[in-house]
Design a protein around this ligand. Structure first.
Ligand code: FES
Length: 165
């Protein structure tokens, strides 16, 4: 991120998010320690983490914007692009893959008319893929709005999508 890109033209962080980040900072020996929780606050409020928000977080934590970008792009739970109001994050790692995650993703793509990584034109649904989400014993699974949907089948996935329609 260049210096020009690092300039924020208009703040994107709501005041309550700034307050939440400022409240995190005293919990750590250095401000940078509050990075993960700060980014969770941002994503919860905005649904994703725009570049301008990264710059604001960097200013609050007194780090370079590139350091925030590195964290956002390293951890799969952080999103650096907008997603739908209902973001279906399928685990694609070994246990889930062996038990049919690819077929579930294909079914979801067909039903919603989008590919993995895309958002429906009405902004309602998006599909993503993640590495192991730590629920291998109940594979295949997906995460939706911080909730795990486990032991998935095509029928269960259909029921879930019906409930969101
Ligand atoms: S492999 Fe899917 S949760 Fe671990």
């Amino acid at each position: 991120m260049s210096a020009a890109e690092a300039r924020v033209l208009a703040p994107v962080l709501p005041p309550e998010v700034v307050a939440a980040i400022e409240a995190e900072i005293p919990n750590y020996p250095v401000k940078k320690g509050a990075m993960m929780n700060s980014l969770h606050h941002v994503q919860k409020a905005l649904g994703w983490i725009p570049r301008d928000a990264m710059v604001e977080v960097a200013a609050l934590l007194e780090v370079r914007p590139i350091e925030v970008l590195e964290v956002v792009t390293f951890y799969p739970m952080f999103r650096d692009r907008p997603v739908g109001r209902h973001h279906l994050e399928f685990c694609r790692n070994l246990s889930c893959a062996l038990l049919g995650s690819r077929q579930l993703i294909r079914h979801c793509e067909k039903r919603l008319g989008i590919r993995s990584g895309e958002t429906t034109s009405d902004g309602k649904f998006s599909i993503g893929e993640a590495e192991c989400l730590g629920s291998c014993g109940t594979a295949p699974m997906l995460m939706l709005e911080d909730h795990f949907h486990e032991n998935l089948t095509v029928e269960k996935l259909d029921q879930l999508l019906d409930s969101l329609d």
